[in-house]
Write a protein that binds this ligand. Structure first.
Ligand SMILES: *Cc1c(COP(=O)(O)O)cnc(C)c1O
Length: 358
């Protein structure tokens, strides 16, 4: 069997969720979109079911996968519905939805409900992606309230740059949000923070927080933050050395021959490539753990294999375990070498078998 697998530590996931919830001080929606950022949405949601106050997904397909797996907690559609045909499914499967565009408000006004709804109404406070502009927000709120069957409403917004500590734009987004909130009924529940907002911006901790990336034990904050230090990595991406070569100086390695040995070099071939989701353009020097010791990528990553420098690792040989990222090597550090992000590396895994522990 090809020795490539992602070991998922569900205890670490639960630990990170509890940390997020405690930090937020209210309720916490566990974001498990994109197959739980590559960790397996069903297994992750089951591990948190009964504990999490709810789950966040990108679309109804992801929500139904959780319902079919027996997840009973609230599930919020973070992008709302894409077409009115989904309204019946939202009702049947007891889902919550974001409303972020005028056409969605109009669709709800035409809908004949069979039960009360929970709607999170999204305000655009400066990211300029989804959300109603501030001048349209109070009116949309009032129209949804007037329907009579939208029983619970949460005011929400989303940050563009919360992982940049000290970024003035985030304070401006918070100001814009609070200004809009002032026009809503007193006691309205609010939700502002993603992981970075939750960890780095105490002002963003409202009735609901929406941690995603931090649940998986990593972050992209650009400065040290105490709240991030408590996270435990959930995934360990594992493989093995499958061949070893001893090369002299001046020898090219891999496709394109762009990497040339500068002295006698012991090369390890690892079963892991870009078809598994490893970054295709990870440069020479990207860290890799072989037998628990740090070494570096050399030569170009190919579809199914990559090569590492074992020159200082005489004990490493065929069968030696390799960690591409995990508790011993932060995925964010690997991403920084690859001009990528932990979001993309984790959610981009393919062909990788997942094993769940502990
Ligand atoms: C994905 C998402 C989140 C979670 O973001 P992280 O940065 O992964 O914590 C929160 N809110 C919304 C609306 C999202 O789409």
């Amino acid at each position: 069997m090809r020795p490539v697998q992602a070991l998922i530590d569900l205890d670490a996931l639960v630990h990170n969720y509890r940390h997020a919830r405690r930090l937020g001080g209210g309720r916490a929606l566990a974001v498990v979109k994109a197959d739980a950022y590559g960790h397996g949405a069903v297994r992750c949601a089951r591990a948190l079911d009964g504990e999490a106050d709810g789950f966040g997904v990108a679309c109804i397909e992801e929500a139904l996968e959780l319902r079919e797996a027996g997840v009973r907690s609230p599930i919020l559609l973070l992008e709302g519905f894409f077409e009115t045909a989904e309204l019946a499914l939202i009702e049947r499967h007891d889902l919550w939805t974001v409303v972020a565009s005028p056409w969605q408000v109009e669709a709800l006004e035409r809908h004949r409900p069979a039960r009360p709804w929970t709607v999170w109404l999204k305000l655009d406070t400066g990211m300029h992606r989804l959300g109603l502009p501030p001048e349209a927000y109070a009116d949309a709120w009032r129209r949804l309230q007037a329907l009579g069957w939208v029983q619970d409403m949460v005011a929400m917004t989303h940050f563009a740059r919360a992982d940049e500590l000290g970024e003035a734009r985030t304070e401006q987004q918070l100001d814009a949000f609070d200004a809009a909130l002032a026009g809503l009924p007193a006691g309205t529940a609010a939700s502002v923070a993603n992981s970075a907002g939750l960890m780095a911006w105490p002002r963003a901790r409202r009735e609901w927080v929406r941690p995603g990336l931090m649940l998986y034990g990593t972050h992209m904050l650009d400065a040290p933050c105490e709240a991030a230090a408590a996270l435990r990595p959930v995934m360990q991406l594992q493989s093995q050395v499958i061949a070893v070569r001893e090369l002299g100086p001046g020898e090219p390695i891999g496709y394109g021959g762009g990497f040339i040995t500068d002295g006698p070099t012991r090369v390890g071939v690892v079963a892991m490539g870009y078809a598994d989701g490893y970054a295709q353009y990870a440069p020479a020097g990207t860290p890799v753990l072989v037998g628990g010791a740090r070494t570096r990528l050399i030569g170009r990553v190919s579809m199914d294999m990559l090569t590492v420098d074992l020159s200082g690792h005489p004990d490493a040989g065929v069968g030696t375990p390799v960690e591409l990222w995990g508790p011993g090597l932060p995925v964010a550090e690997v991403a920084a070498h690859c001009d990528s992000s932990p979001y993309r590396l984790l959610s981009g895994l393919k062909r990788v078998r997942r094993e769940y522990g502990p």
